[in-house]
Design a protein around this ligand. Structure first.
Ligand SMILES: Cc1cc2nc3c(=O)[nH]c(=O)nc-3n(C[C@H](O)[C@H](O)[C@H](O)COP(=O)(O)OP(=O)(O)OC[C@H]3O[C@@H](n4cnc5c(N)ncnc54)[C@H](O)[C@@H]3O)c2cc1C
Length: 454
């Protein structure tokens, strides 16, 4: 059988993870899949704020030998503090650094762009190894995207918008994020509004110079009108990262500026300034930082919900197929486990895409369903409308902390985990990432790598 020709669209977390595992089977190098990764950015987009890796995600980065590289690049966040306009700390929640229990700050917190770069470089080194042994490995194409996609029973035919090339592949994987172009081309643009569930929340991410009050704690400030600001440590000791959020379903401008993407960052910044200029706390310093930053990113917060993640020979992976939103805390876990399970399914059924994709869906569906169940009432419950609502939120967190309830739950979860009773944890509503199964497909485990190219 000729090696499979697979196009993966998107080179962030899910795309390179899939590509790497596809090359880790015991097939001879010449028989391994021929992979092309297409990324719209002109290079790896070292953008995006703090993301965490939990449970199953940690097991998968261990299989890829990436744990030392990722741990060396973490932001070293200690935990979360809820602060008021006078910067008084109402309560703080320290991270569980054993990784056993899911606290708001995870054991591994890393910047999204740094993580994407590590995943890309690992895929490249595995590809070079395959090429040295006579295989095709991975071809990377940056700075282009697809504008046509068409399939017959045996191939997918695509057109590259910038280079103008026409090429055909056995399979196409859309790993191109929340606003996936692959999903749009294969399923049709007209159905997008039914597939994307907007949560009425908008978020701006950026980084700025570290100030005197910034530390290794995440500080979370709430303002009336369903607005909040979070400042967090970065992997660069001189930099602070900021996440600003507005929950509002009435102001159409919030969605209109999001639709313009990177074409009108000026309008996005101006709108955020309008929303946050009177909120007090450290907003003046933060808005000054926002106006000067070079890495501003703004979008709506939403989830992708579909009946099926494949259509013929096209399949979706990660945020493109089943984004759970940043507030789920599950984005990277789904990207890692999705890439891993899709690679396993394709390699087990190389000549039968419907069976491979059905197996991938069966493995991932319960995990995604669970991940997309958000905290009750979220995102509104996390962003009170009034001063009294904010006071109540702080008071509730304060009482929970002082009552020792957190400590009790923490210890129960730790013991359940330690005894390996993950199914029990799953039933009683434990953190999904810790209970996601990592099935064995016989991939070769990679040696540990510290992230330094020698
Ligand atoms: C710039 C950016 C910033 C983000 N910031 C945060 C954050 O601060 N916090 C958080 O929790 N999550 C953030 N996310 C989402 C988070 O990275 C994902 O939930 C998670 O990592 C899942 O990864 P993924 O690989 O499925 O998708 P993504 O990480 O979204 O990656 C998709 C990739 O596809 C590329 N792409 C998009 N469209 C096309 C196209 N038409 N053709 C070719 N390539 C395309 C993108 O440039 C990107 O590299 C961000 C995503 C992006 C792209």
């Amino acid at each position: 059988m000729a090696p499979l020709r697979i196009l993966i669209v998107g080179c962030s977390i899910a795309g390179p993870t899939l590509a790497t595992f596809l090359l880790l089977s015991d097939l001879p190098a010449a028989e391994k899949p021929h992979i092309t990764i297409l990324e719209r950015g002109s290079s790896i987009r070292k953008q995006g704020q703090n993301v965490d890796i939990r449970g199953a995600g940690v097991k998968i980065i261990r299989k890829l030998g990436l744990e030392p590289a990722i741990r060396a690049a973490t932001t070293r966040e200690i935990g979360v503090q809820f602060v008021d306009a006078d910067n008084r700390i109402w309560t703080s929640n320290q991270a569980d650094k054993t990784g056993q229990v899911s606290t708001p700050t995870a054991d591994i917190e890393v910047l999204r762009g740094t993580l994407a770069d590590i995943c890309y470089r690992r895929s490249k080194s595995v590809s070079e190894d395959v090429q040295r042994n006579g295989g095709a490995g991975i071809e990377y194409i940056f700075g282009d995207h697809l504008d046509e996609l068409d399939q017959d029973g045996s191939q997918v035919h695509v057109h590259f918008a910038k280079s103008g090339q026409r090429r055909s592949f056995d399979l196409v994987v859309g790993a191109d994020g929340l606003q996936s172009g692959t999903r749009n081309l294969a399923w049709g643009a007209e159905g997008e509004k039914d597939r994307i569930k907007r949560l009425g929340m908008y978020a701006a991410f950026f980084s700025m110079p570290k100030g005197e009050t910034d530390s290794d704690w995440r500080r979370w400030f709430h303002a009336p009108g369903r607005k909040w600001i979070m400042v967090r440590p970065s992997d660069d000791r001189d930099i602070t990262t900021v996440l600003m959020s507005v929950v509002n379903e009435k102001d159409d401008r919030l969605l209109q500026v999001a639709a313009k993407g990177r074409e009108d960052i000026g309008a996005q910044k101006r709108l955020m300034q309008e929303y946050f200029q009177d909120v007090g706390w450290e907003s003046k310093r933060i808005l000054d930082g926002m106006m000067q930053t070079k890495d501003f990113y703004y979008d709506f917060v939403g989830q992708v919900k579909m009946d099926k993640w494949s259509k013929g020979r096209v399949v979706l992976l990660g945020d493109a197929g089943y984004c759970a939103s940043p507030i789920s805390g599950m984005g990277t876990t789904l990207a890692f486990t999705g890439g891993y399970n899709l690679a396993g399914a394709i390699l087990q059924h190389p000549t039968d895409p419907p069976t491979a994709f059905a197996q991938y869906e069966e493995e991932m569906w319960p995990v995604v369903t669970r991940a997309q169940k958000l905290f009750p009432g979220a995102p509104h419950s996390m962003a009170p409308e009034t001063v009294w609502g904010i006071w109540t939120l702080h008071a509730v967190f304060y009482v929970i902390k002082q009552s020792g309830l957190v400590w009790l739950l923490f210890n129960i979860a730790w013991v359940v985990n330690w005894l390996g009773l993950e199914k029990l944890l799953y039933r009683i509503g434990g953190p999904p990432a810790n209970t996601v199964r990592v099935k064995e497909y016989g991939f070769r485990n990679l040696p540990e790598w510290d992230g330094i190219d020698r």
